[in-house]
Design a protein around this ligand. Structure first.
Ligand code: NAD
Length: 258
């Protein structure tokens, strides 16, 4: 098993890619700390893992709040004795996030608080805990939109993911000699509840699909497998990197026609 004996904390583990990664990490031998603000969803993830014979606990924490982030790390170490993998996956894309001339200050504040400060808070308390037991692997979820511009913009979201990418590199460099690896995972459009509302509109859906060389959305398990690689010792010489898993979007200038 690829995560045998490791302790992994996954924020946003109640839904989408976080849930599927929680399940996969447990199958690969990790004890998983599922963190979410949606208690029912988080507990469902844990129940699924336990039903399959795995080990997991649920911790309620809002990653945008520093006290919550400190407590989630303390509870992880309290329950399992150490922390080896910190997967900062929780993120939001708000419905009224749009063009820069139309996005409210409230949307900016909430998006940056969860998507950027949430990652920073996890690292702030996760890194000392990992160093205490010899190091570990941090996976910060950015997005392909940190690399590409879109005329169908969600400006606050895009800016937040660019910040995650830049922060990831800095953390990677600073803590490399202390046994911490820190990489960014950049998903393309993935079939999860986060995108459901956006893609419910057929015109929006079509406009986006045409730019994906593979012509389809990614599946949460396709991202979970990439996260598993970053979490495991198989990526032991990799830090400060951006792993782009996007069906070819960032490689494309012109996409194929059927
Ligand atoms: P999702 O909406 O299915 O799940 C996100 C989870 O995070 C939910 O369970 C939610 O309750 C939780 N959450 C939200 N705010 C939180 C907070 N403040 N504290 C703790 N938990 C919180 O989303 P997803 O599509 O699985 O996305 C996961 C990550 O991947 C996000 O960072 C997202 O921005 C990123 N991403 C998604 C896509 C996509 O197409 N779905 C593409 C690129 C990047």
């Amino acid at each position: 098993m690829r995560l045998d004996g490791k302790i992994a904390l996954i924020t946003g583990g109640g839904s989408g890619m976080g849930r599927v990664a929680s399940e996969l990490f447990a199958t690969e031998g990790a004890s998983v700390v599922v963190v979410d603000v949606d208690d029912e969803a988080g507990r469902q993830t844990v129940a699924g893992i336990e039903a399959a014979g795995g080990r997991a606990i649920y911790v309620h924490a809002d990653v945008s709040r520093e006290d919550d982030a400190r407590r989630m790390i303390e509870e992880a170490v309290g329950a399992f004795g150490r922390l080896d993998v910190l997967y900062n996956n929780a993120g939001v894309m708000l419905a009224d996030d749009g063009s820069v001339d139309a996005t409210s200050e409230e949307v900016w504040d909430r998006t940056l608080a969860i998507n950027v400060k949430g990652v920073a808070h996890g690292c702030k308390y996760g890194i000392p805990a990992m160093i205490a037991t010899g190091g570990g692997s941090i996976i910060n979820v950015a997005s392909f939109v940190a690399w590409m511009g879109a005329a169908t913009s969600q400006t606050a979201y895009t800016a937040s993911k660019g910040a995650v990418l830049a922060m990831t590199r800095e953390i990677a460099v600073e803590y490399a000699r202390k046994g911490i690896r820190c990489n960014a995972l950049c998903p393309g459009p993935i079939d999860t509840p986060l995108l459901a509302e956006l893609l419910a509109d057929p015109a929006q859906r079509e406009r986006r699909f045409v730019h994906i060389p593979m012509g389809r959305l990614g599946r949460p398990e396709e991202l979970a497998r990439a996260a598993l690689f970053l979490a495991s010792d198989e990526s032991s010489f990799m830090t400060g990197a951006s792993l782009i898993v996007d069906g070819g979007i960032t490689a494309a200038y012109v996409t194929p026609v059927d």
